[in-house]
Design a protein around this ligand. Structure first.
Ligand SMILES: O=C(O)CCC(=O)C(=O)O
Ligand SMILES: [Fe+2]
Length: 254
């Protein structure tokens, strides 16, 4: 599908403390809050860590993480996941299963720099708590993640997901899920100009720069989908870390 690149309307929510462990004095990174409506929001911190720190983490993760490229099920068909992945979780959590795939859960202790990164993320997001991590590695522009929501039950109804980008810059799209009311009949009744306006508000794009942090909050997983589309001319590698909170007893939520 075609998605227009939109200027993201942002509110600048004050200064954030950049958690770069090496560089506390340059710690003034602006954070942008995009209110998506109905209790969903995205916070974007373009310079979450310094350039050099981000490359140090990239190099470590690129060489030390036990990357795999699993076969998953999409619409009933088996296919190779279009990116490398690895899963890290605190002990005793319920098993993660997505697209018919159950990743092995590595420990934070297997990769001490991950604990340093987790600490930096917690520090930048007061009140947040993450006990699991999905790492993604995009080896060039053919690697991507299609439209999806991270709405698995074990994340609860309003998960906070913090996503760190390292290496090659890629685009991140968000689009609103179709509403449950009859969209077609509403469209017929509205003037075209109004329809276009509403559609713009239902799509957002972010450029995920080296060292940036994007946070999805509230009902973003229930009401919105996100993707990192193919960019076939891109050759360089991007590493992404998405920190999440897995509930001990997801059954208790329902
Ligand atoms: O690579 C990204 O920025 C997004 C990854 C993602 O959406 C996921 O792992 O669920
Ligand atoms: Fe996702």
């Amino acid at each position: 599908m075609s998605l227009r690149k939109l200027k993201v309307s942002v509110t600048v929510g004050g200064e954030a403390t950049n958690p770069s462990p090496n560089n506390e004095s340059e710690n003034k990174a602006k954070r942008q809050t995009v209110v998506l409506g109905n209790g969903s929001e995205v916070v974007f911190i373009p310079r979450f860590v310094s350039f050099d720190q981000a490359w140090t983490w990239f190099d470590y993760l690129h060489t030390h993480i036990p990357w795999t490229r699993p076969t998953i099920r999409v619409f009933g068909r088996s296919c190779l996941q279009p990116r490398d992945t690895c899963y890290v979780a605190s002990p005793g959590l319920p098993q993660l299963v997505y697209s018919g795939y159950q990743p092995h859960a590595y420990s934070w202790d297997d990769h001490p720099p991950l604990k340093q990164i987790l600490e930096a993320v917690h520090k930048a997001l007061p009140g947040s708590s993450f006990n699991s991590l999905i790492l993604n590695r995009y080896k060039g522009g053919h690697d991507h993640v299609g439209w999806h929501s991270d709405d698995e039950k074990l994340y609860g109804s309003t998960p906070e997901i913090a996503s760190l980008s390292l290496g090659c810059e890629r685009e991140f799209f968000l689009k609103k899920k179709p509403s449950k009311t009859c969209q077609e009949s509403r469209d017929d009744q509205e003037p075209k100009s109004k329809r276009l306006k509403r559609n713009h508000a239902d799509q957002h794009s972010f450029t995920l720069k080296h060292g940036s942090l994007l946070v999805m909050r509230g009902y973003t997983q229930r009401d919105w989908m996100h993707s990192v589309p193919k960019r076939t001319k891109v050759e360089a590698t991007r590493i992404n870390l998405t920190f999440r909170w897995v509930l001990q007893d997801p059954g208790a939520m329902s």
